[in-house]
Design a protein around this ligand. Structure first.
Ligand SMILES: [Zn+2]
Length: 119
């Protein structure tokens, strides 16, 4: 496709790179917040933008063998998590093409919404 410009997201909340503020995913694309990454809590998201992937490699995980790629911020090159290319276990197939973003590496930002009064 050759699109090199950055994509700016708008949603109820936006996940950004903690290092540089690069937009990565919208709150609506989160499939699960129950994942565990290398640094603790992690999110499974439908799609991430403004990132690039490393080499595919097979990794033995708690949920079985997967082919994954490390995912990096396209602006500051921080490793943010990984992408599932292929799941060997049939019940893990839903993860294929999905992204893991490490909580430790990202910030969540409410977008276009003021905090409720009286909180
Ligand atoms: Zn970044």
């Amino acid at each position: 496709m050759g699109r090199t410009f950055r994509i700016y997201l708008a949603g109820e909340s936006v996940f950004t790179c903690k290092q540089c503020g690069n937009h990565l995913a919208v709150g609506e694309s989160v499939l699960s917040k129950q994942f565990t990454g290398q640094h603790g809590r992690a999110l499974l998201v439908h799609h991430a933008v403004n990132v690039y992937c490393g080499e595919a490699e097979e990794r033995e995980m708690r949920t079985g063998k997967h082919t994954v790629r490390d995912v990096f911020c396209r602006v500051c090159h921080t490793c943010l998590g990984w992408k599932y290319d292929f799941a060997f276990e049939p019940e893990q197939k839903y993860k294929e093409g999905r992204f893991i973003l490490e909580r430790e590496m990202i910030s969540e930002r409410p977008e276009g919404k003021m905090p409720a009064a009286g909180m």
